[in-house]
Design a protein. Structure first.
Lengths: 98, 707
């Protein structure tokens, strides 16, 4: 990835820290039931993280299968790739029950 | 001959030193400020004031004030004084060069709560229309960003629910992680007055603060919890409420989502949060936890005030949500004498939060990823906006170290001194190609800057501040800006130089633009504020003169939300090498990192940061009162003089962070809140050791030096 092309390229944070941050978000949503839990993490990553941070997390997922990520954070990372989820509006409250 | 001591001019304005936002009459003789008199009509202070507001004003004409813009090619060169035009053109050219070379996302900006609403709004506009990205953050990132997150999640509005005077109708006052009698003095006196009238005071704070215990004011219950256990203890209070059936079922049914309440009830009712289990873990007597929970739930009017002791944790946002949940469960919202209220540190932290100076949100707490919201701005500003969230302040520094973030425009902030893990920030600063600092003084950060733009103090500009009770008050120009320009004028020049044509005749036009683009400020204008003295948002056709108490009929999203707040201990733990917990705070006479108050007579009250340590811990280490000690964490080391104190519990040490020399942030970690990256200032595992008498002289001198 080349940073010169703008807005998508280049590392922002060491991957170890990104994984730790993503897991911290996962820890918060852990008490929610299956479904809500993953969605809460997805909403947060999608609407609070710079796209370069999201891409780095996804690249880590592709190259290592998501080493170090908690299972529901991995599931949330997969949801980030889902086109249909991408159009969902951001929200500040609890993840909706599907 | 006229009396030379008699003021010949007077201007009503707002104090910028803390979130109370007291009104003052600034009196002048021959264009120089001679006295600040508390303004009787000020609705936040009713004629009261504290030592900071009254006496710490002469910094504005301190010889250290920079009066001319300066540039240099690299940070090892000396500064070269230049004209405003040269400095602005140079800064703009550098940012454009860097964006062309390293991408649009390689530059960002940070706004300051020292600045007015209008100036903060312009900073985020700068990022969005001139940098064409969302790399904009504000200094509340490092203090109250969890407030915005946690209160938005539960109550739907990231701000205090009450006006200050509402506390005079409270029966129970719960203060969590705040010390208003020192941090927010004028509000602190109001609190004490109410306690003297018989209100019960519950304090949750690791220290025996002035608020918890003073001559005329003593907490009914003080939960001196172990730093880092807020969420555990707050969940335990909730546990008592739901298991003893103290919750307000009618309020929950009418104003909340019942299914969410059930979900939350199941979580906090778990035996893990029983006071008998939590007590030993948090260093508390279970009976005290039960007593506090019962008193709060019983009310009948119970109110919550909280501060950085809640937010500056790895679970800061969760802690704020706990407070929202607790108030909802007990029906303590939507009337006088109740509520959930953050106490803001610096003058305009609430403004920083409202005015869209966030990488993920536009004004009025609306997501940049929302197409409809962005469209209203795009129409007003006439260009498409970046639809993706930008970098937060700590992420900007991370990216600088990774080599992908190369320039930053910093308004009125000193991240090198005030941000956590100083060594990391310094390295990040050094990795950047262009650092633009706009400030009154050559602060610590300016050591790493390439462009210095001399800013103006709040005594030298027109605009508005929003205080901790959502009150928008006027800031009026008392004296001319020392370096010629008000801060907003500097930003306008930069925006123009970056190729986006922009012009305002007066800051009132900026507030008009804010009103156009933000629902909560819809009805605000200079004219309205002039007429009413001050106006609390929301201000709109339904509330043309503003709103004192929020959530009286409905919540912004209709119903409020219970959030699930499981306790996750911080990874910062004590061990054999770092057996003590360091927590940090501030004291009355100094203003946060003290850039301004250190340059006033107020140093007479406080001339050095000290380390408070319990006698037991001191004796175990052979430390005597007043001795120089080294404080070592996993991240760094600093030296301070020790003060034996019974205000801290064994196992806990405490210091303030007002003086550069103390480098308190050299020891704090880079751990941060899960939701906002607000740094965990309140918990660092450390060891404290006597500095041997034969330590290198330079180290001793450094630690002993005064500002
Ligand atoms: S520092 Fe705060 S309490 Fe003191 S005068 Fe200023 S606004 Fe009022």
């Amino acid at each position: 990835m080349s940073a010169a092309h703008g807005d998508g390229g280049g590392a922002v944070i060491a991957i170890e820290r990104l994984v730790a941050m993503a897991n911290q978000i996962g820890d918060f949503f852990a008490p929610y039931p299956h479904g809500q839990r993953e969605e809460g993490v997805r909403n947060h990553l999608r609407h609070y993280w710079d796209p370069r941070m999201r891409q780095a997390l996804l690249a880590h997922f592709d190259t290592t299968g998501g080493a170090g990520l908690h299972p529901h954070v991995l599931a949330a990372a997969k949801l980030l790739r889902d086109e249909q989820q991408a159009t969902r509006k951001a929200y500040a409250g609890p993840p909706p029950r599907s | 001959m006229p009396n030379p001591r008699k003021p010949d001019g007077s201007v009503v304005t707002t104090c910028a030193y803390c979130g109370v936002g007291c009104g003052f009459k600034a009196e002048t003789i021959g264009g120089e400020i001679v006295r600040m008199t508390p303004w009787k009509e000020g609705k936040a202070n009713h004629g009261h004031a504290c030592v900071k507001g009254r006496f710490a004003f002469d910094y504005y004409r301190h010889p250290d004030r920079v009066r001319t813009p300066m540039i240099r090619a690299s940070i090892d060169q000396t500064w070269r004084e230049v004209s405003w035009d040269v400095a602005i053109a140079h800064a703009a050219a550098e940012m454009q060069r860097i964006q062309a070379q390293h991408g649009r996302g390689s530059v960002g900006a940070v706004s300051s709560s020292r600045c007015t609403n209008e100036e903060i709004f312009l900073m985020q506009k700068f990022a969005r229309v001139a940098l064409r990205n969302n790399n904009i953050d504000n200094c509340s990132r490092i203090c109250h960003s969890p407030t915005q997150f946690g209160l938005s999640a539960t109550l739907g509005a990231g701000a205090a629910s009450q006006h200050f005077d509402s506390i005079l109708q409270a029966d129970v006052i719960l203060v969590v992680g705040a010390n208003p009698t020192e941090g927010h003095p004028v509000f602190g006196s109001l609190l004490k007055r109410r306690v003297r009238q018989g209100a019960r005071l519950l304090v949750v704070d690791p220290r025996r603060t002035e608020t918890a215990e003073s001559a005329h004011c003593k907490a009914t219950v003080h939960l001196a919890l172990r730093p880092g256990t807020n969420v555990l203890v707050l969940n335990s209070l909730a546990h008592v409420v739901v298991t003893e059936g103290l919750h307000d079922a009618a309020f929950i049914a009418a104003r909340c989502h019942p299914a969410e309440f059930e979900q939350w009830r199941a979580l906090v009712a778990d035996g893990r949060y029983a006071p008998e289990v939590v007590g030993p873990e948090a260093g508390l007597d279970p009976a005290d936890i039960r007593a506090a929970a019962r008193a709060y739930a019983k009310g009948p009017r119970s109110t919550i005030y909280y501060g950085l002791g809640v937010t500056e944790h790895s679970q800061g946002s969760t802690g704020v949500m706990c407070l929202g949940n607790l108030a909802l469960a007990c029906g303590m919202l939507g009337r006088e004498g109740v509520g959930v209220n953050p106490l803001r540190g610096q003058g305009n932290v609430q403004g920083g939060s409202c005015l869209g100076s966030w990488p993920h949100m536009l004004t009025g707490y609306r997501f940049v990823t929302d197409d409809a919201v962005r469209a209203t701005f795009e129409q007003d500003w006439g260009l498409p906006l970046d639809p993706e969230p930008g970098l937060r302040l700590p992420n900007m520094f991370d990216a600088a170290l990774a080599g992908t973030f190369k320039a930053i425009y910093i308004q009125g902030e000193d991240p090198v001194q005030s941000d956590p893990n100083m060594n990391h920030i310094v390295a990040a600063m050094k990795a950047m190609e262009c650092v633009i600092v706009q400030d009154l003084f050559l602060n610590e950060t300016a050591k790493y800057a390439h462009v210095f733009l001399p800013g103006s103090s709040s005594l030298e500009k027109n605009g508005t501040f929003t205080n901790a009770e959502r009150r928008v008050s006027m800031v009026r120009k008392v004296v001319a800006p020392l370096a010629g320009l008000e801060d907003w004028e500097i930003t306008v020049k930069l925006i123009n130089a970056m190729g986006y044509p922009l012009h305002y005749d007066h800051p009132s036009q900026i507030l008009d633009e804010v009103a156009r683009l933000s629902p909560a400020y819809q009805g605000m204008s200079f004219a309205l504020i002039e007429r009413c003295g001050s106006v609390q948002w929301p201000c709109n056709p339904q509330a043309p003169e503003g709103t004192e108490v929020l959530h009286t009929q409905t919540f912004p999203r209709g119903k409020a939300n219970f959030m699930l707040t499981g306790y996750v201990p911080t990874t910062e733990r004590v061990d054999e090498r770092h057996p003590l917990l360091l927590t940090t705070g501030r004291i009355l006479s100094q203003y946060n990192v003290g850039t301004q108050t250190r340059r006033t007579g107020n140093v007479a009250w406080h001339d050095e940061d000290l380390l408070d340590i319990h006698r037991q811990d001191a004796e175990a280490r052979g430390i005597r009162d007043g001795e120089l000690v080294a404080i070592t964490s996993r991240y760094g080391e600093t030296r301070l003089h020790a003060r034996i104190s019974d205000k801290v519990s064994p196992g806990v040490v405490y210091t303030t962070f007002h003086f550069v020399q103390s480098k308190a942030n050299a020891v704090t970690s880079d751990l941060s809140d899960w939701a906002t990256n607000c740094p965990e200032y309140k918990v660092t595992a450390v060891e404290v050791a006597k500095v041997p008498a034969n330590a290198p002289a330079s180290a001793r001198a450094r630690a002993g030096a005064r500002a």
